[in-house]
Design a protein around this ligand. Structure first.
Ligand SMILES: Cc1cc2nc3c(=O)[nH]c(=O)nc-3n(C[C@H](O)[C@H](O)[C@H](O)COP(=O)(O)OP(=O)(O)OC[C@H]3O[C@@H](n4cnc5c(N)ncnc54)[C@H](O)[C@@H]3O)c2cc1C
Length: 402
């Protein structure tokens, strides 16, 4: 038996023993997610147990080093763990901006003290993070940001506003891009700083969406005094002062990879388009989906989904082999989000007028229509599709500027 096969056997046995039955329904979607954090209210005992058990193995962040709360697994072992979890339809034990974004940035740019302090708390789901990048006048042109951070000797003084800060009203800490040198060229005077949301002067105002939810906020910093060291030796600025743009760009590659990965949804635990289309439209005498045009579109989208999944795995292998994901994360972000939008358009085609029902039992409380509306934001968050195409043309295709 190869090492990997032996590992698979161990993983399978461990999951069998430790994954609570209630966590084996493959459920995805906001109502099933465990975000963790100081104020997190577990939806069930099973959710709490599942997180605690996975965190104790380091498997909420299986690829992170063991000393920082991870599982220390190789890329191949992580794949095996994911496959075995998918096999029993295990829910993800924990999702968080700490795992997807801040963690990778700290692993690359953080000091040992910063990693040892912040990463294990992310891995255990104790601290929930949000992202303070966008401002009212700095979205696609992020480097125009103006949130001011002044050196006051023993602390930083922060003043300014962020916008579209997802879950800021529920987060414990925020990673923020601030301007620490207003005289420097716009990319050079930016720093990346970590601020406790409970600090005096930090406030949030939720923004309501068309779907009826308020998943993001305006975030205000009014004379916020934040320490230079959060604990002895643990600086709040990550990376070098005024070099925050490097950290910000690196973090964005992880954010884009994560958002793009949503495009492989056809293979997740959720019901696929084929299944929903058959439920809505029925099958013909040969057992195929009744509507021939929709049938072709469903097949095309499913095949594109598989091709995307394989491309994503290849790019991750290349990244792990040392080449880094870099600008290629923009390919995943662009294609994955456009694919997801295409998939939801098909869901709506299949469901017809019933798909538009907002809160009836038949529409599963408007799951489809709310999901469809949410996908419209996929190609905006983390950088718009147009911006990704600009990056792809410049950095990957090496085309000249327009
Ligand atoms: C669901 C969601 C969650 C988000 N969460 C967060 C968060 O947690 N934290 C955070 O900081 N931000 C967050 N954002 C903000 C997001 O990063 C910005 O919305 C995004 O970067 C676009 O910026 P903008 O909204 O200012 O649009 P603009 O930059 O004003 O863009 C407007 C339009 O102009 C186009 N455009 C702009 N520049 C160019 C160009 N150079 N070439 C071609 N077209 C261009 C854009 O593609 C877009 O269509 C979130 C956004 C969404 C939708």
């Amino acid at each position: 038996m190869s090492d990997l096969e032996a590992f698979r056997t161990q993983v399978r046995a461990w999951l069998e023993e430790n994954c609570p039955k209630e966590m084996r329904d493959g459920a995805v979607g906001e109502e099933f997610v465990c975000w963790g954090g100081r104020n997190w209210k577990f939806k069930s005992e099973a959710q709490k147990t599942w997180l605690a058990r996975m965190a104790s193995k380091g498997w909420t962040v299986p690829a992170w080093p063991v000393e920082y709360g991870g599982g220390g697994l190789s890329r191949e072992e992580v794949k095996v763990l994911k496959e075995e979890m998918r096999r029993i339809k295990a829910r993800s034990p924990l999702e968080s901006f700490g795992i997807w974004m801040l963690g990778p940035a700290l692993l690359k740019y953080g000091t040992h003290e910063q990693k040892a302090h912040f990463l294990p708390a992310i891995a255990r789901g104790e601290i929930r993070w949000c992202q303070g990048y966008s401002e009212p006048n700095a979205g696609s042109d992020l480097a125009s940001l103006q949130c001011k951070c002044e050196d006051q000797g023993d602390h930083w003084l922060v003043n300014g506003q962020k916008i579209w800060t997802s879950y800021a009203d529920e987060a414990d800490w925020i990673f923020v891009l601030v301007r620490t040198d207003p005289k420097a060229a716009k990319h050079d005077g930016i720093s990346f700083i970590l601020i406790d949301m409970a600090t005096k002067g930090v406030s949030t105002k939720p923004i309501k969406l068309i779907s009826g939810k308020s998943p993001f906020c305006e975030t205000f910093f009014d004379d916020v005094k934040t320490p230079k060291e959060h604990a002895p030796g643990v600086n709040t600025v990550v990376g070098a002062l005024n070099r925050g743009w490097d950290v910000a760009k690196y973090l964005l590659t992880h954010e884009r990879e994560m958002i793009g990965a949503g495009g492989s949804g056809a293979m997740g635990g959720a019901r696929g388009i084929g299944e929903i289309a058959v439920d809505c439209l029925g099958v013909d005498e040969t057992g195929r989906l009744r509507d021939a045009i929709l049938r072709a579109k469903v097949a095309e989208t499913e095949v594109d989904g598989w091709a995307f999944l394989l491309t994503m795995e290849r790019l991750k292998d290349e990244a792990k082999a040392g080449q880094g994901m870099g600008a290629k994360s923009s390919m995943l972000k662009y294609y994955g989000t456009e694919l997801n939008k295409r998939r939801y358009e098909l869901f709506m085609d299949a469901a017809g007028s019933e798909g538009l029902e907002w809160d009836s039992e038949r529409s599963e409380d408007g799951k489809l229509v709310k999901g469809w509306l949410r996908t419209k934001a996929n190609s905006i968050e983390g950088g718009t599709s147009e911006v990704q195409l600009n990056i792809i043309s410049k950095r990957i295709l090496e085309l000249p500027d327009a």
